[in-house]
Design a protein around this ligand. Structure first.
Ligand code: ADP
Length: 252
């Protein structure tokens, strides 16, 4: 364990030779990716290119078939590591997945009380701190159905933060939102990025990528085709596939 920790000290995430199949479908092909502590990585690429599968593997929501994933010194794979990884890695999905019958505050205190053993008092204090962070403390006592989509997604982000993860994964966090609500959610994610949170964000929001990303990753057919800084990526993409993808996205 000490040896693993020492090896994982420099990088938050290190993925080597990762392959995954869904039956005969090769969903991830020899993926190599390193994410430093505090680094913000944006993953983009056509639908079905494996972006979601990749970050779900990092969170142990999917198993992988070959290769290694090291998250902050813990090698994924063993049963024991799933709990350890979920404690360190928060995930925000396209759908908010809030419990509709519970208030926002109850949604936020559930995890910390059940999984972390916090008292109700401490869990509520923590929940309010993160609701302030996503700028909707006044919604604490409402049920999710009374909130807009953008507000619900901000609650979902706060819910993840309540578990105090070291790494956050976002899987197309604004794809299910009406256009006028996208900016308020992206602003919260940019704030989080600026606070030094290590994150991988799957998104097609290229304005966000320019503002927040340290590194861009372009995937196609299960493989990482190109990585680079946002400047390199947008101004001088190295591959034709990446260039045509950027052109298509920017047209919309
Ligand atoms: P992206 O996030 O880039 O849209 P995904 O990672 O969701 O891509 O999917 C990659 C490919 O794997 C797609 O062709 C998809 O249909 C397939 N896939 C994803 N999840 C499953 C699953 N649970 N079972 C079978 N195939 C899947």
């Amino acid at each position: 364990m000490a040896e693993q920790r020492a090896g994982g000290g420099v990088n938050a995430i290190q993925i080597k030779g990762l392959n995954k199949w869904y039956d005969s479908y090769h969903a991830l092909r020899d993926v190599e990716l390193t994410v430093a502590h505090g680094e913000r990585v944006v993953v983009c690429g056509p639908s079905g290119s494996g972006k979601s599968t990749l970050i779900r593997c990092v969170n142990s929501l999917e198993t992988h078939d070959s290769g290694t994933i090291n998250v902050d010194g813990t090698m994924l794979g063993g049963k024991a590591s799933i709990e350890a990884i979920r404690a360190e890695v928060g995930m925000v999905f396209q759908q908010f997945n809030l419990f509709p019958h519970l208030t926002i505050l109850q949604n936020l205190t559930l995890g910390p009380m059940k999984a972390r053993g916090l008292s109700r008092h401490n869990a509520e204090a923590r929940a309010m701190k993160y609701l302030e962070r996503v700028r909707i403390p006044e919604q604490a006592h409402k049920k999710p159905g009374a909130l807009s989509g953008g507000q619900q997604q901000r609650v979902a982000i706060a819910r993840s933060l309540c578990m105090e993860p070291k790494i956050m994964l976002f899987d197309e966090p604004t794809s299910a939102l009406d256009p006028e609500m996208i900016a308020e959610v992206l602003d919260v994610i940019v704030d989080l990025a600026e606070s030094g949170m290590t994150m991988i964000v799957v998104t097609h929001e290229m304005g966000f990528a320019r503002r927040a990303a340290d590194k861009m990753v372009f995937m196609d057919h299960g493989a990482i085709v190109e990585t680079g800084t946002p400047e390199e990526f947008f101004e001088a993409p190295k591959t034709e596939r990446c260039r045509s993808f950027i052109n298509q996205i920017l047209k919309h």
